[in-house]
Design a protein around this ligand. Structure first.
Ligand code: COA
Length: 527
């Protein structure tokens, strides 16, 4: 295929990935079934996305986190797991908005809903963002209790985080907009300030039916946990609203009274457009994942004026390191350009140290098959070079962001600030993939192990049998590694269209620029 045709074929394949992504996003934005939405609106209530739009300043961006979490995991539940989370401006102040979607199984919490709520809280905590929670939830989705109830990171952690953030002076505001039962009631009860909607918001640890079953007491919802009762008698809530719109107006007023956002500590330069349009990425990434991507060309599409002030350009050239700007925000770039060798790992370590000393946020652009293997690499001490890289990256206390732009595998995925290292945010492009190893390598490794055992047992294994053994492993690795699978399981915060990447990173860098400086203390560097 000539270059032009190949480019056009790449772009067509990429646009198909994007069409699939936007289709899933559209489904996530719909929420529950048509019938559930109609029932909800017939009660005079706003849909969750309408609530968020009314809550945010007109024209505010909404940096949504985990939009596709839970996709395909629960029968009859669309992407999003019945919760919408994201950062937007309220009265000019960046806030984390966490909102139940009551049209999805009554706004109840599946395991993934808990994890998504907790993830949003961690982001808010890390960036010191007030949390505004629009509560409209029946609490736990009872059949999924194993993934909701017992462990940390699940429902109990939501409360634990609320308490911790409140203690750290990060405002916790809840708006009770529907029937909030059990866990759904504790979320507002543990907030600093609570708004409730008359005739519509209810809060109780057990609803009327449960109370009757448990104690025999017959009661109605209003006297058990209605807005009027809680505002006038129990004092569980602080502000009484007449409807959704009124509750949102009160909430915006509460946010206005909060201390102002800290000003940016890191000065921003003038924003310059990239050297190439970001949409050029579509054709630059080969439709065949085995064909490498030109990292320098990708940087030209992402960085202001496409410029990077490279560090050690002549050394360890399978990793590009250097200072650059995105919409005027300075950032330290680490971008793969092949397999990681000892030299590239040492270069990464040195560069991360520089960024920590100079207080520059790090952006990892991951597209890496892993660290080099083999006798020569081992004798050069690749294990300790990799360990230095991981030590530096893990200990670095500057804000860290990760974008998987291609295939990110094995320890390469980890060293390029994988999820375990708690980057401030982590995204994938639609073509992104990540796994312990590639499908072919995994199938071959397992086949070799099997073959050795067969040989030891003096059993034969035909080429056909071997292929039948390998095919499902390849298939399993292929579907595991996809960006959609990572987004579904919340192993990343979302999938970004390359065209929206610069804007998203600029928002994240703006939040990071307002955080107090943290000093880095490295662990022992193995020499
Ligand atoms: N666990 C599992 N499923 C639940 C649920 C729960 N806690 N609460 C509601 N659902 C399901 C319903 O079965 C229904 O499923 P379907 O769409 O497949 O039929 C769906 O969620 C919507 O519930 P529905 O009652 O039709 O909606 P609603 O808007 O009229 O009422 C609630 C929503 C949450 C107020 C109401 O369902 C309720 O009170 N649920 C029980 C809450 C509870 O006791 N929780 C205790 C958790 S510890």
């Amino acid at each position: 295929m000539d270059v032009l045709n190949e480019s056009a074929a790449n772009e067509a394949a990429y646009r198909q990935l994007l069409a699939d992504l936007y289709q899933a996003r559209g489904q996530a934005r719909l929420g529950g079934s048509e019938a559930a939405r109609a029932k909800h609106m017939a009660r005079g209530k706003m849909l969750v996305r309408e609530r968020i739009e009314a809550l945010l300043d007109p024209g505010s961006p909404f940096l949504e986190l985990a939009e596709l979490a839970g996709e395909g995991l629960y029968p009859g539940v669309g992407p999003g797991a019945g919760l919408v989370t994201g950062v937007g401006l309220i009265a000019g102040r960046a806030c984390m908005v966490i909102a139940n979607d009551p049209t999805v199984k009554g706004g109840t919490y599946f395991g993934m809903t808990c994890r998504k709520h907790v993830r949003a809280q961690r982001f808010a905590w890390q960036h010191r963002l007030p949390c505004v929670t629009l509560v409209d939830s029946g609490g736990a989705f009872l059949p999924d209790q194993a993934n909701i109830f017992p462990d940390e990171g699940l429902f109990g952690s939501i409360f634990h985080n609320q308490v911790g953030m409140s203690a750290d002076g990060i405002a916790q505001i809840a708006v009770v907009m529907g029937a909030c039962t059990a866990g759904g009631a504790y979320i507002p009860a543990l907030c600093d300030e609570v708004v409730i909607v008359r005739g519509q918001g209810f809060m109780y640890l057990g609803g009327p039916q449960l109370v009757q079953a448990a104690t025999g007491e017959q009661t109605d919802a209003e006297s058990l946990g209605g807005a009027q009762m809680h505002s006038r008698i129990s004092g569980v809530t602080d502000h009484l609203a007449e409807n959704d719109a009124h509750a949102i107006a009160i909430t915006r007023k509460l946010v206005r009274e909060l201390p102002p956002m800290p000003p940016p500590r890191i000065l921003r330069g003038v924003s310059r457009p990239p050297a190439r349009p970001p949409t050029d990425v579509y054709a630059l990434i080969n439709a065949d994942p085995k064909k490498p991507t030109d990292t320098s060309a990708i940087l030209e599409c992402l960085l202001d004026a496409g410029e990077i002030s490279e560090f050690k350009a002549e050394f360890g050239d399978t990793l590009i390191a250097g200072f650059a700007r995105i919409h005027g925000y300075q950032v330290g770039i680490l971008a793969n350009k092949g397999v990681l060798f000892t030299e590239s790992a040492l270069k990464a370590t040195h560069f991360i140290d520089l960024c920590c000393k100079r207080d520059v946020p790090l952006l990892f652009l991951a597209d890496v098959a892993g660290f080099m293997v083999g006798r020569e690499a081992e004798q050069q001490g690749i294990a300790k070079a990799g360990a230095k890289f991981i030590t530096a990256m893990s200990a670095a206390r500057v804000p860290k962001f990760t974008l998987i732009t291609g295939g990110s595998y094995g320890a390469g995925y980890l060293a390029m600030c994988g999820r375990a290292y708690q980057p401030n945010a982590m995204f994938m492009w639609p073509n992104g993939r990540a796994a312990i190893m590639g499908p072919e390598q995994a199938a071959t490794t397992l086949a070799l192990v099997k073959k050795q055992n067969k040989l030891a047992a003096m059993e034969s294994w035909s080429a056909q049998e071997e292929e039948a053994f390998k095919a499902p492993i390849r298939q399993q690795y292929e579907s595991f590694a996809s960006a959609r699978n990572f987004a579904r399981h919340l192993w990343v915060d979302g999938i970004l269209d390359p065209a929206e990447t610069r804007e998203t990173l600029a928002l994240l860098l703006d939040l990071a620029a307002r955080l107090p400086r943290q000093d880095t203390r490295f662990g022992v560097f193995r020499m």
